[in-house]
Every structure is written in structure tokens, then in C-alpha cells.
Ligand binder design. Structure first.
Ligand code: NDP
Ligand code: PYR
Ligand code: MG
Length: 760
């Protein structure tokens, strides 16, 4: 089925941008401003000291301001994605989006700057005047041919990197994809015939880079809205395009495509007709990179030419050739050495690093992080995925080294290896923590039943779950109510096709469910009448029975009702996993600083040392599913025996039990929370702790401490909670909290599916 942007995605995107506050970005101070003295340091009079230091040595701007990590994403809105000249204001969501990618993928701060200016001279003046503010300039979505001149002139004038992302970011990824595709097809770059659709910023930069890699200009045919770019053509020509003008009678893409090895589409959706593709050479490479709709949809292309290698710019198909694979990391490397420019050698280093990364066998970390998506190098993984955590580790150092080797690094690194190490773990500190679970869930989706199937959040979550392909939802709800709400919320999922329904008022399985319930609970004082009422009215009971009978693989409940009463039903119907004494709850808190697991946040009021040890060991295996090595701290008000209170002794006892049961676990305690999270503090109180670096699992002494820490982190650190992840049931079952969001339900679905895969 052909996928373009669906109505769901459109409405989802508007909600995403609109709520809970407009846009995708905010500015955060990085220094405290809590008292009179802070004010005097940050602002007048103290700030004058920083100003004077920069007057004396402008290089100090890199150590006294955020300039060296600040990039301007500048657009005039004249060629926004494939949407065309929509103007600077309408381009702002894209530029804010680029800012988010810079930050999330490489920790770079960005001001997006949309300029109402199409005149080249004026635009150059405007951007050049921004040099004092920024460590680099990323030009974005400025149309050809103006973009070439704007970039050339700014590069000549400015002492910081100026990089037109649509040209060079795209070219670098295309260079890597072509390199790897040719390695697979066994063709030589000097011999291949390349046909481009589009003669704009991106297309011409890609062709220039392919020529620098060895492609022959005489083998390159360019087409645009006027047709073939030929010698003597006058309409819509410019000096950059003219470089590729061919002496030919051919006038259309349909004619020049004959026998082409590579189709490079950087123009508009649907331009490459299936019948053109039929006429390409064997093992063709199709780069259909227009956004958001490619020149040909991959499924259509694959049907016509099963031997084709196909890339698009989109994240919903394999082989995403998108400049997001490049711009965060090329700037990371450039900024970290104070590069004054991004030169050809730095770009070539990026091409090489990306191409080589795709050929690396998926490492253990990546295999864990990607679950079923970790494909070895081949037709469907010509280039790395944008979520590959190694991108920053490979590209940034390669670019930094090239900058140093070519003498454009104002602040050369003393120790490149230490720099590489400092980049390690960056990706896992950010919000990508859920990625491994989604990948694993997608590889073998399971049936997940939702007790509150009529709730708007569940319906919205079910839509995402289907689009992500992570589970087959089963909703408990009345068909008419569910249908009306789906229509009201504009959701396209269909009952029967996409989701199954259990109607609590009238379901053929009702009698069987009552019988099962009586078998399980009849001896616990439940009468047949009570069982009938419960199975008719209590959605958690129905969901648990469905899981117990094998009609569903996992359940999610808790949007309504009390946590403990939902838990009671699960305890009765699903029961405990072998060896588990009781349930416990593990909560993942995704904060700006990183991702941390807290336990037991919801179940046991005052666990014993044995129970603490149980929870810590169980948490370790849950955390491993996120692709993380658990680093467990048993937290307390006492630091390694500093206070001899009962709860401190309990945590100490728990440590001994854990060490006996799981001698290889990285665990230590009892310690205060800051000792757990800060190596420097730990070095002061216990220099030889078993725990190294930052703990990522904090086991709390009791429910008060755990739940208070959970709620405080959620509100004060604006953390995104995932959970509570219920530990201990015989089959995957989770009781979320009534404040859960649709996103929270989607996250818990991924957790539940992965548990079901593990045969929990
Ligand atoms: N995947 C990725 O990473 C990237 C993808 N892109 C995509 O590439 C496309 C072009 O971007 P960019 O180069 O910045 O924009 P430009 O405006 O600079 O260039 C667009 C080019 O496409 C041509 N074109 C437009 N419509 C058609 C058509 N129907 N048939 C043939 N040619 C056509 C234009 O011709 P003319 O000048 O004659 O109008 C022009 O040569 C966009 O869809 C963009 O989203 C861009 C950058 C990165
Ligand atoms: C990806 C990108 O930069 C574009 O489509 O314009
Ligand atoms: Mg762009």
C-alpha cells in the first residue's frame, strides 16, 4: 500500500506541535541564579569581567560564553523540504525541528533564525553580521541558485564554519550510500551512468561530490522542471547547473533514464514513473530523496524492479538517506576543535566514516539497541540508521581529525582518543532510551489488551501502536462508544482490521471467562453471582482473564480505579512468577540529564532486606532490555555505614544478599542519592566502590522514599516517567497510573510486548 502523509499523521503532528506548549524548543539557563551573589556574577557588575577578558582575547568567547556550542540554523524559506517557497515564517517548524535534532543527536544548541530576505546581498549581510553570536552557521532550505552564492560569499567572509545542509549534508550521505551500493553491485564509479531529477541545491551538490569521488561528468544527465539540462538550453539555466549541460538530443527524464545505474531524485514526489525504472540498468540504485513524498514510493519501485536498491529521505522505510545522519555530527566535530570552516577534507572524512559504519557488523550494543532492526550490511542497510548510537562516535572524531590535519582547527584536541571516549554514551543519555524496546517489539509484535479501551488516551495510543507495528491491540469497550470516539478524535484505526474488541456488555466468551474466574477465585470466597458481576463490570478482571486464558499476551490497566485494587485482581487471576514473593514496581524516569530507574515506587510499603535483594536482581534483568548495563545503587540517608539506623542496616544486609546471589552485578550501597549519581562524591566517601560512574538504578529503602523521589523527579525535573513496570506477575501485566498519557501507554505497550517475547 502506498504511504504518503496520512490524515492521522497530519493531525498528530499538529497536536504534537501545539501541546502542551507551542513549538518544540525552549532556552534553559545553565548556571544557577538563586541569590544576590549569583545575580552579581551573571549580570552586572560581575559580567563585566567576562566582557573584558574577551576584549583582551577574543578566543576567550569560547570559554566564557556558549558561543562555541551554538549554531544558527538560518533559512529564508525559499525551498522548504519539497514544499517549495513557503516563506520564512512557515519554515519555522522545520528550522525548530533541525534545532531539536542538533540538540538530541549531538548536544548542540541552536537558535533558528528565519530571515525575511530573498535578496542575496542583503541575506549575506544579515548572516555575516551574526558572526559574534555563533560558533557555526547551518544554512537551510534556501533555494538554488541563490544558495550557492550565499554560501560561497559567507564562507569567504566568516571565520566560523558555514555549511549549507541541503547541499553538503545531503551530498555526504548520498556519497556514502553510492559508495556502499557500488560495493554491493560490483560496479565502478568511473563507469556508472547517473541520472538526476532536480538541479537545485541538493542535487548539484550531490553530483559535485560524486564527481570528486570519481564519477565522470559525461556520464551524468540532469533533468529539472524544464526537462534535460542540455548544451544551449536557455530556460531556467544558471552557471552551477550549466556545469552538467550535455550535448544531447534527449529532452526528458523518460529518455535519459535508459540504462542508468543511479537515479538521484532531489526534486518532487512521484517524478520517477515505474515504467522509467524498468529501463534502468541491472542492480540499479534509486535515491528517491524528495521530502516528504519521494520521487517513487519504495514498494512501487520494488515491485517493478526487485533487484533495485532503494533509498528515501523518510524514516518509515529502510535506507533513510537524510542529512540528519550528517549535520549534527559534522558540526559536533567542527565545533569541538574550533574549526574556522568545514572544508572538503572534513566532508570526505564524514563520507568515509558513514560508509564504513554501515559495513561494520552490528556491535553488541547496537544489536541490543536495535533488536530486530539490526540488519547486517546489505541492500536494505546501505547506510546506518539515524538512531545508530555509533554515528557520533565515528563521524565527529573523523571530522575533528580532518580539521586538525588540514590546519583549520583553532582549538586542536590534545588527545583524540579521550575525545572519542567523551562522546561515548552520549546517545544513551538522551531520550532514545525507549528505542531498543520499540525495535525489539516490532520484530515480533504481541497481542496487548487494554482494560480501559474506551479512554481517549488508549485509543490514541492504539493508533500509534499500530503505526509503529509493535503490537496488536485488544480493547475492552462497547463497540458503539469506541467507534464514535475514533471518529471524534479523527483516528483511522478500524475495529476488526487493526484492533480487536471485547464488549463487556455482550461478548460470546462471557460464560467461559466467568468459569475461568470461578476456577481460579472460587476458593477465595467468590460466589458465582459475584463472579458474574465482576466479569461483566470490571475491565481489569476481564483483561487479566484474557491473558490467563491465552486470548492476549499482555495487559495494561490502571487508567481508572485504585492501583492496589487493580493489583489485587492481577494477583488473584494471573498470579506470581515462579520464585517471586510479591509484586514490585520499577519506574523509568527520562530526564534531561539522563534516564534513571527507581524501585519500588508503587507496591511494597516497607520491604525486608530479602525483598530489596529480590527487587534489585529483578530490576537488573528489566534494565538490560533497554540495552543498558545496570549500575545499581542501594540508596539511603546513610553513606556506607555513616549512620547506623535500622533502614541503613537493612540496605547493607540487602547488599550482602545480592552479592551472594548475583556476584557479577555492578551494585553497591548503602549510599546517599548524590553519592549514587556523582562519581566525584563517591570517590570522597568510598574510593573503591564496586559502582563506577553514574548509577542508573536506584533501589529505595521503602515506598515513601521511592514514591516521593518518583513524584519529585517527575515534577521538579520535568521527567517523562515510563511505568510503573510491574515486576513479579506470572505473565506481563501493568497497572499504569491515572495520570498516564497516550505516549506513556505506548511506551508501556513496548515494555509489555518485550516481556511477552521473553516468555514471562
Ligand atoms: N533527503 C534529504 O536529505 C534531502 C532531501 N531534499 C529534498 O530534495 C528536494 C529539493 O531540495 P533543494 O535542492 O533544497 O531545493 P531546490 O529548490 O534548490 O531544488 C529543487 C529542484 O528540483 C526541481 N524540481 C522541482 N519540481 C520538479 C519536478 N516536478 N520535476 C523535476 N524537477 C523538479 C527544481 O527545478 P527548477 O529549478 O527548474 O524549478 C530544482 O532544480 C526537496 O524535495 C527536498 O525535500 C533536500 C535536501 C536533503
Ligand atoms: C532533509 C532536508 O533538509 C530537506 O528535505 O530539505
Ligand atoms: Mg533542508
Amino acid at each position: 500500500m502506498t504511504k504518503s502523509i496520512s490524515e492521522d499523521l497530519k493531525s498528530g503532528a499538529l497536536v504534537y506541535h501545539r501541546y502542551p506548549r507551542p513549538g518544540k524548543l525552549e532556552i534553559q539557563p545553565t548556571k544557577p541564579l538563586g541569590n544576590q551573589r549569583d545575580l552579581a556574577l551573571a549580570y552586572s557588575p560581575g559580567v563585566a569581567a567576562a566582557c573584558e577578558a574577551i576584549v583582551e582575547d577574543p578566543g576567550e568567547a569560547a570559554t566564557l560564553t556558549s558561543r562555541q556550542n551554538l549554531v544558527a540554523v538560518v533559512s529564508n524559506g525559499t525551498a522548504v523540504l519539497g514544499l517549495g517557497n513557503i516563506g520564512p515564517l512557515a519554515s519555522k517548524p522545520v528550522m525548530e525541528g533541525k534545532a531539536v535534532l542538533f540538540k538530541k543527536f549531538a548536544g548542540i544548541d541552536v537558535f533558528d533564525i528565519e530571515v525575511a530576505q530573498t535578496d542575496v546581498d542583503a541575506l549575506v549581510e544579515t548572516v555575516a553580521a551574526l558572526e559574534p553570536t555563533f560558533g557555526g552557521i547551518n544554512l537551510e532550505d534556501i533555494k538554488a541558485p541563490e544558495c550557492f552564492e550565499v554560501e560561497e560569499r559567507l564562507k569567504a567572509r566568516m571565520g566560523i564554519p558555514v555549511f549549507h545542509d541541503d547541499q553538503h549534508g545531503t551530498a555526504i550521505i548520498v556519497g556514502a550510500a553510492v559508495t556502499n551500493a557500488l560495493a554491493l553491485s560490483g560496479k565502478k564509479i568511473e563507469e556508472i551512468r547517473i541520472v538526476a531529477s532536480g538541479a537545485g541545491a541538493a542535487a548539484l551538490a550531490c553530483l559535485n561530490l560524486l564527481v570528486s569521488l570519481g564519477a565522470k561528468r559525461e556520464n551524468i544527465f540532469v533533468t529539472d522542471i524544464e526537462g534535460v539540462v542540455y548544451e544551449g538550453r536557455e530556460a531556467l539555466m544558471d552557471r552551477w547547473k550549466a556545469v552538467y549541460a550535455q550535448k544531447t538530443q534527449a529532452r526528458t527524464l523518460a529518455e535519459v533514464i535508459e540504462g542508468a545505474d543511479v537515479f538521484l531524485g532531489l526534486s518532487a514526489g512521484g517524478v520517477l514513473k515505474p515504467e522509467y525504472l524498468e529501463r534502468m540498468a541491472r542492480l540499479p540504485l534509486v535515491l528517491a530523496l524528495a521530502n516528504p513524498n519521494p520521487e517513487i514510493m519504495p514498494d512501487v519501485a520494488q515491485a517493478v524492479r526487485p533487484d533495485a536498491m532503494i533509498c528515501t529521505g523518510r524514516s518509515d522505510f529502510p535506507n533513510q538517506v537524510n542529512n540528519v545522519l550528517c549535520f549534527p555530527y559534522i558540526f559536533r566535530g567542527a565545533l569541538d576543535v574550533g574549526a574556522t570552516t568545514i572544508n572538503e577534507e572534513m566532508k570526505a572524512a564524514a563520507v568515509k566514516a558513514i560508509a564504513a559504519l554501515a559495513r561494520e557488523a552490528p556491535s553488541e550494543v547496537v544489536a541490543r539497541a536495535y533488536g530486530g532492526e539490526a540488519r547486517p550490511f546489505g541492500k536494505e542497510s546501505l547506510i546506518p540508521s539515524p538512531f545508530d548510537p555509533r554515528l557520533i562516535l565515528r563521524i565527529a572524531p573523523a571530522v575533528a581529525k580532518a580539521a586538525m590535519d588540514t590546519g583549520v582547527a583553532a582549538r586542536p584536541l590534545v588527545d583524540l582518543k579521550a575525545y572519542e571516549d567523551s562522546l561515548g554514551g552520549f546517545v544513551f543519555r538522551s531520550g532514545f532510551i525507549m528505542k531498543p524496546l520499540f525495535a525489539a517489539a516490532k520484530a515480533a509484535p504481541k497481542r496487548v489488551i487494554y482494560a480501559e479501551g474506551e479512554d481517549e488516551r488508549v485509543l490514541r495510543a492504539a493508533q500509534v501502536v499500530i503505526e509503529e507495528g509493535i503490537a496488536r491491540p485488544i480493547l475492552i469497550g462497547r463497540p458503539a462508544v469506541v467507534q464514535t470516539r475514533l471518529e471524534r478524535f479523527g483516528l483511522s484505526l478500524e475495529i476488526g482490521r487493526d484492533v480487536d474488541l471485547i464488549n463487556p456488555e455482550d461478548d460470546p466468551r462471557y460464560r467461559d471467562y466467568v468459569a475461568t474466574y470461578l476456577e481460579i477465585a472460587g476458593r477465595q470466597g467468590i460466589t458465582p453471582d459475584a463472579a458474574r458481576t465482576l466479569v461483566r463490570t470490571n475491565a481489569t478482571v476481564i483483561a487479566a482473564l484474557a491473558v490467563q486464558r491465552g486470548d492476549a499476551d499482555a495487559l495494561i490497566c490502571g487508567l481508572e480505579g485504585r492501583f492496589q485494587s487493580n493489583l489485587r485482581h492481577l494477583r488473584t487471576i494471573i498470579g506470581m512468577a515462579p520464585g517471586a514473593r510479591d509484586f514490585a514496581a520499577l519506574s523509568l524516569m527520562i530526564t534531561r540529564r539522563g534516564a534513571y530507574f527507581l524501585a519500588d515506587t508503587h507496591v511494597r510499603p516497607d520491604p525486608t532486606a530479602e525483598e530489596i535483594a529480590d527487587v534489585a536482581c529483578a530490576c537488573a534483568s528489566h534494565v538490560a532490555r533497554f540495552g543498558l548495563d545496570p549500575k545499581i545503587a542501594l540508596v539511603s540517608h546513610s553513606d556506607f555505614g555513616s549512620i547506623d539506623s535500622p533502614s541503613a542496616r537493612k540496605m547493607r544486609d540487602a547488599l550482602h544478599l545480592i552479592r551472594e546471589r548475583a556476584p557479577n552485578l555492578e551494585v553497591d550501597g548503602e549510599m546517599q542519592a548524590d553519592t549514587a549519581l556523582l562519581q566525584a562524591t563517591r570517590d570522597r566517601v568510598l574510593p573503591h566502590s564496586r559502582l563506577t560512574g553514574e548509577a542508573n538504578v536506584l533501589i529505595m529503602p521503602n515506598l515513601d522514599a521511592a514514591n516521593i523521589a518518583y513524584q519529585l523527579t517527575k515534577v521538579l525535573a520535568d521527567a517523562l516517567p515510563v511505568g510503573p513496570i510491574l515486576i513479579g506477575p506470572a505473565k506481563p501485566a501493568h497497572v499504569v497510573t491515572p495520570s498516564v498519557t497516550a505516549r506513556g501507554i505506548v511506551n508501556m505497550t513496548a515494555v509489555a510486548v518485550v516481556e511477552a517475547q521473553a516468555g514471562l
